[in-house]
Design a protein around this ligand. Structure first.
Ligand code: TXA
Ligand code: MG
Length: 312
C-alpha cells in the first residue's frame, strides 16, 4: 500500500470516511485513526500496528456533543472531568454504547473518550464527521511517535495516510481515568496529574496493581515505550561506570563520556523530548540509555512512569 502524506485535514478525513486508517497529530502523541463504527477499518489498526487484540482503543471526538454517539451513561465524575479538562490531554473511561463494535474496546463494555485540544486534530476530527478510534501511531512495543517522520518510520506502507503536522507539544500520552465505578481510578498518568484530577473529584484513586484492575485496563499488562537499547534510570550525582555505546538524557549535564547526550531544560521539556530521543538512540545503535530520574511532582509522575516501563 502507498501511504499518502498530506497537510490537509480534509483530505486525510476523506480516507477515514472511506474506511481507511490515518495517522494524525494531537497535543500528546500522533494517533492512528479509523471510523469507530467501521469494524473492518478498526481491524486495520490492529494489523498495521501489530497490536494485540486484547488492548482496547480510545475514541476521539471533535465536540462534546459527539459524546452521546459513543456513551450511553456518562457518570457524574466523568461529566466533572469533561467539564474541567476537555478539550485536552485526558481520556475518560465510560460505559460504551451498544453500537460501538467490541473489536474497538477489545471486548470491554467500556470505552475511553478523549477530545484533543490540538487545532489540526480538531479540524481533522470535525471533517471525519464520526468519532475516530486511535491508539498511538507506532508499531506495538515501540515508543509513541511525537513527529510525523517517526510515524513514517514505523508505519509507511502499512496505513492509508499520514496527516503531517508539527512535533507534538506534550510528548507523552494522555492521562487515562476510569469513571465507571463509585470512585474514579487513574489508570495512566499524563500531563493532567492525580492532583489535577483530585481538584475536580477529591475521591479519585491512584491505580494499584491488582488483578481486577489489570482486567479493567488490559493495556497495562502490555509492555510499552521500549527502545531496543537497555534503559537504566540513574539518580542525579550518582556515579556510574558507563557502558560502551551509551547515551544519556536528563536535566543535568554529566562528566562521563557518552555517544549521545541530551540535557533538558525542564521536566516538561524532558517529557517532550523523551520518545524521539529513544528513537534517535535506536537509529544510532545505542546499547544502553541512562535516564536521570526526576521528582514526583506534576508531570514528573508521568515521566517516571514512562521511564520505569522502558527500564522494566
Ligand atoms: O494521548 C493519547 O492517549 C494517544 C492519542 C493518540 O490520543 N493515544 C494513546 O492510545 O496513547 P493507546 O492505545 O496507545 O493507549 C490507550 C491506553 C491503553 O493503555 C489502553 O489499554 C487504555 O488506554 N484503554 C483504552 N480503552 C480502555 C478502557 N475501555 N478501559 C481501560 N483502559 C483503556
Ligand atoms: Mg500506545
Amino acid at each position: 500500500m502507498k501511504t499518502k502524506i498530506t497537510e490537509s485535514p480534509e483530505e486525510a478525513a476523506s480516507f477515514i470516511r472511506h474506511g481507511g486508517t490515518v495517522a494524525f497529530p494531537t497535543e500528546t502523541v500522533y494517533g492512528l485513526g479509523a471510523d469507530v463504527f467501521n469494524e473492518s477499518a478498526v481491524a486495520k489498526i490492529f494489523e498495521a500496528k501489530r497490536r494485540p487484540a486484547d488492548n482496547p482503543l480510545i475514541v476521539h471526538i471533535a465536540q462534546v456533543d459527539q459524546l452521546e454517539k459513543v456513551s450511553s451513561e456518562v457518570t457524574a465524575s466523568a461529566r466533572a472531568f469533561i467539564d474541567a479538562y476537555f478539550p485536552g490531554p485526558l481520556t475518560v473511561v465510560v460505559r460504551k454504547r451498544p453500537e460501538i463494535p467490541l473489536i474497538a474496546t477489545a471486548g470491554l463494555e467500556t470505552i475511553g473518550v478523549r477530545m484533543p485540544r490540538h487545532l489540526t486534530a480538531q479540524a481533522f476530527l470535525l471533517a471525519c464527521d464520526t468519532p475516530v478510534v486511535a491508539p498511538s501511531a507506532n508499531l506495538s512495543g515501540r515508543p509513541s511517535p511525537t513527529t510525523w517522520s517517526a510515524v513514517r518510520e514505523d508505519l509507511d506502507g502499512r496505513i492509508e495516510c499520514i496527516l503531517k503536522g508539527e512535533a507534538t507539544t506534550i510528548g507523552l500520552e494522555s492521562t487515562v481515568v476510569d469513571c465507571t465505578g463509585n470512585e474514579p481510578v487513574l489508570l495512566r498518568s499524563g500531563a493532567i496529574s492525580l492532583e489535577d484530577l483530585r481538584r475536580v473529584v477529591p475521591e479519585t484513586k491512584a491505580y494499584v496493581s491488582d488483578i481486577s484492575l489489570a482486567r479493567r485496563s488490559p493495556g497495562l499488562r502490555h509492555q510499552h515505550y521500549k527502545p531496543s537499547a537497555n534503559v537504566q534510570i540513574i539518580t542525579t550525582g550518582d556515579s556510574i561506570s558507563v557502558a560502551p555505546q551509551a547515551a544519556y538524557i536528563g536535566l543535568h549535564d554529566r562528566r562521563e563520556a557518552f555517544a549521545l547526550v541530551r540535557v533538558c531544560s525542564t521536566v516538561e521539556d524532558y517529557a517532550h523530548q523523551l520518545f524521539e530521543f529513544f528513537r534517535e538512540c535506536d537509529r544510532m545503535k545505542i546499547n544502553t540509555v541512562y535516564c536521570e530520574d526526576v521528582p514526583l511532582i506534576g508531570m514528573g509522575h508521568a515521566l517516571m512512569d514512562r521511564l520505569q516501563r522502558a527500564a522494566a
